[in-house]
Design a protein. Sequence first.
Length: 376
Amino acid sequence: MVKICSIDGCQNKHKGRGFCDNHLAKEVFADSKLCTFDGCHNKHKGRGYCDKHLQRLRKWGDVNFVPDPKITSEKLSKAGKGHPVSEQTRKKISERLKKAYTNPELRKKQSESHKGQIVSEQTRKKLSIINTGKKLSPTTLKKMSIGLSGLKRSPQQRKNISEGRMGIKFSKEHKEKLVTSHTGHKDSEITRKRKSTSITKAWANPELRQKMSDIQSTPERKQLQRDVMRKVRHNQQKPNMKELKIKKILTDGGFVFNREQDLNKFIKSSNESNFGMFINVPFSHPKLQQKYKETDFLIPPNKIIEHNGTYIHADPRKYSADAKIWGKTAEERWGLDKMILDSLKKQGYEILIVWELDLVKDTENTTKKILKFAKT
């Protein structure tokens, strides 16, 4: 007759102590010694503790001690510095991370854990150094583009990104890279519509419009705009019809046009029978941020001919002192011109003003005036 387990309802074969194999194991475990740490029911390993608490005692000398995870991660980071990771290990880590990020619950947990986390300046510098010169593959860039498409950020996120970018100054090299990367790039019709809609909404906000106005109105920004416009003007080198008329008067009078636009190079490569156009002459005035005056005509060594348009310079014969010209009164325009010309005269320059009205209606006398000034 086969002996069975003594536990009611169990028909398994007897193993020992009146129990089957399964119930015998439970009985032996119940009789065995347990960990003496309060609330721990793990099996005894040594010195009255289970394996976990025994390891704490051996390593830290205190069963209650729990190491700070931040300090532990820093130690691990230092220990791993300079340690080369094999290609096989990298692939394993990459595959593990891919599987982890396909889990939406895990991604949500990580997102919540990073909320409100402040990254130190030291960490930012480290990340910047690590990513410097790092080139992403076309496949990775495409994946990033697909991942970001359709992403909707909350107003708070947008504000954080905007504040984070404020005050950032890019190096010349970085600016050149940005220009190169955008050269020849054409936005799709959908992207254009999105940009147009977002700009329309932004400009409908009076607070934002005021902010943009304040940013563009700073003296530094205005000076930058002036410098850009001068460069554009130099690159185009397209004088208007009245300026071309004065140029012809000078060439017909025996003067030779010198294309050089750098002041020092122009002076070295010219004599009194030459003239240049759109050359920046430095000057300084305590009330002005402007540092250069773009002369219409320069005859070496110190003669300047300025063509004043009727509207732009507010010809006193056409406009009263309180007339508005591009947001300023005519009187303000005259005052600005006077400050610039007086500063140049103090530096030893002789200046002739040619008004548009005189050039058109009294061409003969104006021509004589220009040639007399240029030759004497």
